[in-house]
Ligand binder design. Sequence first.
Ligand code: APR
Length: 261
Amino acid sequence: MGRPSGLVTTQEVQAARGMLDAARRVVVVTGAGMSAESGVPTFRGEDGLWKSHRPEELATPGAFQHDPQLVWEWYRWRRGLVAACEPNPGHRALSAFRRRHPETTVVTQNVDGLHQEADRLEEVGPSVSPVLELHGRLFGDRCQGCHRRTEAVRTPDPDLEAALPRCDECGDLLRPDVVWFGEGLPRSVLETAVDAARTADICLVVGTSARVQPAASLPLATTGAGGTIIEVNPSPTPLSRRARVTLRAPAGELLPVLLGP
Ligand code: APR
C-alpha cells in the first residue's frame, strides 16, 4: 500500500480502511473535488468557476430565459473541456471498490459523467447500483417545452453551434439537462440517495465544500441513523467536525490507498 502525501498519517488511513472493511453498506457522496485531478474545474476553489463567472448569470432558469445564447455558450465551453477529461485514479479506485462491494452507492453532485466512465473502464457489472446524479448530467439535453431528454453530442459541429438547439419533437428550446440554482432535484434520484444514506454504516464524503443543499445534508442522514462519516478533502468543510476521520489529501492520490484491495 502506497503512502499518501499531504497531512494524512498511515494510522488515519488504516483506521478508515478498517471502518470501511467492517461496514455492511457504504454510501459515497462526491463533489467537484473528486474530478479536480481530472482537470475539471471546481466551483469555489481558488481557480473555481464561481471565481470568474456569476452563477446567477449562467446557472439559473432566469439566466436561461434572459440570455439562452450566453448560457449555451458556457455549457458548450464546459462540455468541450470535460469531453477532454478522463477519470483520475480516484474515480478508478472507487469503481474497483464498487465492483468488489456491489452494495456501495455513489451519489454525486458532479455532472461530468466521470464516475460512469470509470465504472465502464473498471468493468463494473449491472449488479452494482447506477451512479446517482443529483444535479443532472452535462452531456444531456432536455426540452424546456415537452421535457424530452436526449444525449448531447460530445464533439459538436462548430457550424451548428451558432443556433440555439431546438427539440426535434416540439421545436421548443433545448436546455442542458442539469439542475440549476433555484430548481428542485430529480425526486426519485434524491429519494434513492436519502435512502442509501440512511441505511449506510459509513458515508464517505469526497471533494465537496458541503455548502449546497440537499446534498450537504446526506452525510447527516447517515449519522442520524447511527452511521459514521469519513471525509476526504484537502481543506476543512462544515462537515469536518461531524466526521469520525478526516483525510486531508487529494482524492486522486488518497482513494487508491484508502479503497485499494
Ligand atoms: N480532492 C478532493 N477534494 C478536493 C480536491 C481534490 N483533488 N480539490 C479540491 N477539493 C475540494 C475543495 O477543498 C472543496 O471543498 O473540493 C471541494 C469543491 O467544492 P465546490 O467547488 O464547492 O464543489 P461542490 O461542493 O461539488 O459544489 C456543490 O455547487 O455550484 C454548485 O451545482 C454545483 O454541484 C455543485 C454544487
